[in-house]
Ligand binder design. Structure first.
Ligand code: CU
Length: 620
């Protein structure tokens, strides 16, 4: 153990040396200096259209100019929000441990950091108005001086217990919106249904709340709330895509109903929080098909429409005045389950015998935000099925997936009709939202690539390999692009914030070869112990290695070796009773000693249980 810690320190030191070298290698020429990206989705309308110099003619000269290690992490990596970029050359970001940092865009130097150390599922992130940054941790809302990171105000808003695993109360995990002095954000899934809240941006005073379910006391299932930045229109009215509930196909039938306002777009009065209208797109959802994207307000031939979508694999346009559907288009792979939830309400649902796959899966469909420009909608679509391997899987609110099977598409739809103009296939999942820069569509791919595709026909124009896997969106301003390689997937990959500049001096980010070696040698420690049962992880797969263990009854010691930066724990239970577990750890080992009687046990990782990170333990 000691040796491992020491090697980790060495690895970190080498990273520090490298990043210092990178910073000093960066020359003095200044950027164009007037463009900014200071809204979560670039504009109040959530269009994700950058004010940018980068286009298909010059993208070949877009170079990585610095990378900085990200140290905080949540269950889905180190980073998942859209960075903010100020016109005076500062990037403001929040990692998945809720920590907030400011970086000098020119040098990559960290200007300040506020540590919250509160892991969250994400996507979280920052909002900005009049020199002040706004953000959340699980239960708190805070305002910071952008200049210094100094606290302006901070409020504990939620006082219930929350966790970071699916099916738990998740608290806040949203990138808020702020406009004209009012801050808007929502709880994510919460027992009975999360609330949308509005605050006075100057004082932090709570102005109103809106229950995103119509009977918040009716059902204890964590449900509704919102994951992504709402839309605030020029009148101050607020549109949220309200998420679903953690219901399984086999959840008691009494709790399965339309369950307003799950999977609904809602419009709220900005003054009072009163519901103006709702549009429910999928009642009684039990496949974890959230409607959860940031709604986008766009002009379509002189008519305003609000466009949204989500994991259900549809892009939808709604009339902002009435809430009536204008069009609804399926994107990505669907394999015949779209009407299951409605059929179950009618009592006519018949499912096949396992095993079978369900498209879109629980991480599938349009997982990350849309972009809209010039009468066109752009969607990054994930094709990754949920797996029903045995009848009991229908008790799971989130079907098991295998991230290694993930594929995707980029799709362009016509804003007026919803018709698909083009769709191009991707050999890995796009989880980096859609960002438009002149004639290019940027996103990031799960295996660690930053890509730019042609708006015209979807063809790939440019790509760059990032130092680690990623599920981070892209922000662009002027000649700069900021994103993260925040989802490490291989031995030695370290999460990093990365910055690109047109014609910037290219650097090679720390690749982590030395960390690689240190991780490999950690297993040597096992020689020191006596009877220790080792369990590790399959890198990048959210799986234990092995997934089946057997030990003899009595006092048993397990050593859990997490060779990834992704945090995992190792928990043993029997008949829903927790026997014991390690802390969440990353890039290290932890031991667990428990007294076990003969029998069958389950082990799992708390944050990734829903993603299938489970195994069986036989005690003889
Ligand atoms: Cu895990």
């Amino acid at each position: 153990m000691k040796r491992h810690v020491w090697q980790r320190v060495l690895a970190m030191l080498s990273v520090v040396v490298l990043t210092t070298a990178i910073a000093s290698a960066c020359g003095g020429d200044s950027g164009s200096g007037t463009a900014e990206w200071m809204q979560p989705n670039a504009s109040y309308e959530n269009t994700r259209v950058a004010s940018s110099d980068i286009d298909s003619e010059n993208v070949a000269d877009l170079n990585l100019t610095w990378a900085q290690e990200l140290t905080g992490a949540g269950p889905f990596g180190a980073f998942a929000s859209t960075p903010l970029i100020s016109e005076d050359g500062v990037a403001y970001v929040q990692d998945l441990a809720s920590n907030v940092m400011a970086y000098d865009l020119e040098t990559g130097e960290q200007l300040w950091k506020v540590e919250y150390k509160a892991p969250t599922i994400g996507p979280n992130g920052l909002a900005y108005e009049d020199g002040v940054l706004f953000g959340v941790t699980n239960g708190d809302v805070f305002a910071l001086e952008a200049e210094s990171g100094e606290k302006v105000w901070e409020k504990k808003v939620l006082d219930y217990d929350f966790g970071i695993a699916e099916g738990q109360n998740l608290g806040f995990t949203i990138q808020p919106a702020v406009r004209d002095g009012v801050l808007h954000l929502s709880e994510a899934a919460k027992a009975g249904g999360g609330r949308a809240l509005a605050f006075d941006a100057e004082t932090g005073e709570q102005l109103w709340t809106f229950d995103t379910t119509d009977e918040p006391e009716g059902d204890e299932t964590p449900s509704a709330g919102a994951w992504n930045t709402p839309l605030v229109d020029a009148d101050g009215n607020v549109y949220y895509s309200v998420a679903n509930g953690y219901y399984s196909h086999n959840s008691p039938k009494s709790t399965q109903n339309e369950r307003l306002y799950t999977n609904s777009l809602v419009k709220l009065d900005g003054e009072t929080g009163e519901l103006l209208w709702y549009y429910q797109t999928l009642p009684n959802d039990f496949w974890d098909w959230d409607l959860h994207l940031s709604p986008v307000l766009a002009d379509s031939d002189g008519e305003q429409v609000v466009v949204t979508g989500g994991k259900l694999g549809y892009v939808i346009a709604v009339d902002p005045e009435t809430g009536e559907e204008v069009w609804k288009t399926a994107v990505g792979t669907h394999n015949g389950h779209d009407d299951d939830s409605r059929k179950q309400l009618e009592g006519t649902l018949e499912l096949p015998s396992p095993p079978y796959e369900v498209f879109p899966g629980p991480y599938g469909g349009v997982e990350t935000n849309l972009a809209v420009a010039d009468g066109k909608v752009y969607a990054a679509v994930v094709n990754l099925p949920g797996q029903v391997n045995k009848p009991a899987d229908l008790n799971r609110p989130v079907l098991e997936v295998d991230f290694a099977d993930g594929r995707g598409e980029l799709v362009r739809l016509d804003l007026a009709t919803g018709e698909i103009d083009w769709s191009v296939e991707l050999d890995t999942m796009p989880l980096g939202a859609s960002t438009i820069s002149n004639d290019l569509l940027f996103t990031t791919l799960f295996d660690g690539r930053l890509v730019a595709h042609s708006l015209e026909d979807g063809s790939e124009v440019w790509s760059s390999k990032l130092p680690a896997g990623t599920n981070s969106p892209v922000a662009i301003a002027g000649d700069r692009l900021v994103t993260a390689a925040g989802f490490p997937q291989g031995l030695g990959q370290e999460p990093q914030l990365v910055s690109f500049q047109l014609n910037g001096e290219r650097v090679t980010p720390p690749a982590g070869d030395e960390a690689d070696e240190s991780a490999e040698t950690t297993t040597d420690d096992s020689a020191a112990g006596g009877d220790v049962t080792e369990v590790g992880v399959v890198e990048g797969a959210l799986r234990f290695d092995p997934s089946e263990l057997s030990v003899e009854a009595g006092e048993v010691t397990f050593r859990f070796n997490n060779t990834e930066a992704m945090p995992h724990d190792f928990v043993i239970e029997q008949d829903d009773q927790r026997i014991g577990g390690t802390d969440l750890i990353s890039n290290e080992s932890a031991e667990l000693t428990v007294e076990l009687e003969p029998g069958e046990y389950t082990f799992y990782c708390t944050p990734h249980r829903g993603a299938g990170m489970t195994g069986t333990l036989t005690v003889t």
